[in-house]
Every structure is written in structure tokens, then in C-alpha cells.
Ligand binder design. Structure first.
Ligand code: 9MR
Length: 372
């Protein structure tokens, strides 16, 4: 009995503990030959990976350029040399990988995972349970609750299982709360049809499919202590008490210079860290209202650089914040102008890949942290 109890207890502990040093790569941030001098990944302190979204799918499909990740050589070179982590921007989402009920399409996601392995980068998987970018066959399928549950379970098991050992962190549940802190029980097909208990199941299925991956809740507008981040805090506290394998809480950080900087970001990350969770910044960009010329002023670029720097510094200040990702590194492919009329220039490089003050602010801040 006693022995069995010990085994059970250690299994539970293994499920809940956060593997901060990911066993998949010894020191991904070093990057060997890929860590060219003067890059972000080379400047990063030990234990912190610096990531970017790998552009493709989603809004890119309607733009007048070929698929960025596969077709733009300079883009690929920089994605490989500047970063030690990559996140498929759209290529692991439901509508991309699971276009028909009985058909998966893994070509684009496989290519990103292979690219990362060649360059000693880790991968952030994105995402498994979300209200958006679901295929029509699923949203309009009129399935019974039982069918939906088995569809979701099969999807999670198949996708997470395919990349077992090769994804460092998964955004298991994405954007499940609205800004008031209420669960999105209408928009989100899973919450609507299966109830909130499905969230715990998805974490359990993902953990079974890849026991080494760190499993995250991910959302926007949760940088500060507010109703939405409070809702995550309460939910995660509850799930951890039930031994559900939740390992991390991440803030997307789609910021805008229209609003003040979320000055309590560090404190907010710290309270999740205190729960025993990993934390991460997963989709940072800082958009601004563009002047008529379309070219940001020096003041605007300075303010943007300050937001980038402070976001990075908040992560650096929290022990378990080991993954810092920007949502694309060049304005050439940013989602921002497509979604926010009159706004743009949200990334750290211009369309011609020239570096903005924000890029230099990140590199300097990393460099300083590394020397400490
Ligand atoms: O950058 C993504 C864009 O290409 C897609 O068209 C869009 C569709 O919703 O999703 C964008 O990425 C989102 C991410 O998956 C979740 N957080 C918000 C991101 C920006 O909308």
C-alpha cells in the first residue's frame, strides 16, 4: 500500500512540477553555430529563450505575397539566427492542421518544427482549445456532446502526440475568458457544448500525449492584475488543487502606445510564479497610430522601445519566466495593420528588416541581464 501511495504521489508531483530546464535541449539559447554574435539569442541570459512567431497562414493568406516562412530567404535567415524559440503563428491551429474531420494536414507545422530542430530552437505549440480559427466542419457540424468530446480528445492526442518531445510549451487553452473575467461560454464551442470541466480534460489529454511539454493558459489583456487575470488565478488555483497538469500562465502582450504601459506586469507574473507556475510572454508587439506619412516619429519609436524593454525586464525579473516571444519581428508580415486601421509599425524591424530602437532596446536589456 505504502509503496503504491508513494508511486502515486510521485506521479502527481511529476505531473504538476514545472520542468524549467527543458530536457529537449541543453542550452537552446546558446545555439552553437546559429548564435551569431550580436543577435538577440546570443545576448540572452542562460535559461531564457527568445522567440518569434513564424509567419504564415491566417491573415497572410489574403496578402499579396507568398508564404513568408517558406518563401522569404532573408526572413528565414533572421528567424533562424535571431531567435532560440519559434511559435507557429497559425500553422498548428485547428483550421490549419485539421481541415476535415478525418484529415490532418501537418506539412507546414512539420516544416517549422524541423527548421527549429536544425537551428537548435525550441517550439511553442499554439493552440488546442480556442474559440477562433476552428474549421467550419467543426463549428457547423451539429455534433452531439459525446461526439465533440471524442473529436477534441482525438485532436489533442494526435497533434500533441505528433510533436511529442519537440514542443517545449503548449498553449493548451487560449483566450477562454472575456475581459470581465467570465468564461466565453457562448463563443467557445467546447465551453458551450461541453461545459467548463472540459478545460481540465484537455490539459490531462495533452499531458498524457507529451509528459515533458509545459502546458499553458494563454491570453491577451492579462498583463495587469485585473478581472481577467484574476479569473485565471482562481481557475488555475482550483485546477492545481485537483492535480490537473497545468504548468504555466502566459501573457500575450499585444500592447499599444495608445494606452499606458501595464506597470504591474512583473507583480502579476510574480503572483503566478508564486503558485508554482512557469510564466511566459508569448506574443509581444507594440502598435501605434501612424502619422499620415506612415512613418513613425522618433518619439513614437522611443516610446515603443520603452514598452518592449519594460516587458522584457518584467519577465527577466521573475524567476520562472523563461520564454519571451514577439509576435513576428518585421512589419513586413505583421497582423496589426490588417486588424487595426491606421495603426502599425508594431514590431522591432521595418519592412526592409532594418532595426528599430525597440530591437536595440531588447538586445541591450538582454545583454545587461546576461552580465549580471
Ligand atoms: O497573427 C495571427 C493572424 O495571422 C491571424 O489572422 C489571426 C486570426 O485570429 O490570429 C493571429 O494570431 C493571434 C493568436 O493566434 C492569438 N492571440 C492573438 C493573435 C493576434 O490576433
Amino acid at each position: 500500500m505504502r509503496a503504491i501511495r508513494i508511486v502515486t504521489a510521485s506521479l502527481v508531483a511529476a505531473a504538476l512540477s514545472v520542468p524549467l530546464a527543458w530536457p529537449g535541449l541543453a542550452t537552446p539559447q546558446d545555439g552553437g553555430q546559429h548564435a551569431e554574435r550580436g543577435t538577440l539569442r546570443a545576448a540572452a541570459p542562460r535559461g531564457l529563450v527568445i522567440g518569434s512567431a513564424a509567419a504564415g497562414g491566417g491573415h497572410h493568406l489574403d496578402q499579396p505575397y507568398p508564404d513568408p516562412f517558406t518563401s522569404d530567404r532573408e526572413y528565414r535567415r533572421l528567424l533562424g539566427s535571431e531567435f532560440s524559440s519559434v511559435s507557429p503563428e497559425n500553422q498548428m491551429k485547428w483550421d490549419f492542421v485539421h481541415p476535415e474531420r478525418d484529415r490532418y494536414e501537418f506539412g507546414a507545422a512539420d516544416a517549422i518544427v524541423a527548421f527549429a530542430a536544425e537551428r537548435r530552437q525550441v517550439v511553442r505549440g499554439h493552440t488546442l482549445l480556442w474559440h477562433s480559427q476552428n474549421p467550419a466542419w467543426l463549428e457547423e457540424g451539429d455534433f452531439s456532446a459525446e461526439e465533440l468530446r471524442s473529436i477534441l480528445r482525438e485532436h489533442v492526442t494526435t497533434v500533441v502526440g505528433r510533436y511529442r518531445g519537440r514542443v517545449q510549451q503548449w498553449d493548451v487553452a487560449n483566450e477562454i475568458f472575456d475581459d470581465t473575467g467570465a468564461l466565453r461560454t457562448q463563443e467557445n464551442i467546447w465551453l458551450r457544448e461541453l461545459g467548463p470541466g472540459i478545460v481540465a480534460d484537455v490539459f490531462r489529454w495533452a499531458h498524457r500525449a507529451d509528459p515533458r511539454a509545459q502546458l499553458f493558459f494563454n491570453d491577451y489583456n492579462v498583463e495587469s492584475v485585473n478581472a481577467k487575470s484574476d479569473a485565471y488565478f482562481a481557475l488555475i488555483t482550483d485546477l492545481r488543487a485537483q492535480r490537473v497538469p497545468v504548468h504555466g500562465f502566459s501573457v500575450q502582450a499585444h500592447l499599444s502606445t495608445r494606452y499606458g504601459f501595464p506597470a504591474d506586469l512583473r507583480d502579476n507574473l510574480q503572483r503566478f510564479d508564486d503558485l508554482g507556475l512557469a510564466t511566459a510572454v508569448t506574443e509581444l508587439d507594440v502598435r501605434m497610430d501612424l502619422p499620415e506619412s506612415g512613418v513613425p516619429t522618433a518619439e513614437q519609436l522611443a516610446q515603443q522601445a520603452d514598452y518592449y524593454r519594460r516587458t522584457l525586464q518584467a519577465c527577466l525579473d521573475v524567476e520562472g519566466c523563461r520564454s519571451f516571444t514577439i509576435w513576428g519581428f518585421t512589419d513586413k508580415y505583421s497582423w496589426v495593420p490588417v486588424f487595426f486601421e491606421g495603426e502599425g509599425s508594431a514590431t522591432v524591424m521595418r519592412e526592409d528588416f532594418s532595426r528599430k530602437p525597440a530591437y536595440h532596446a531588447l538586445r541591450r536589456t538582454l545583454h545587461e541581464a546576461r552580465r549580471r
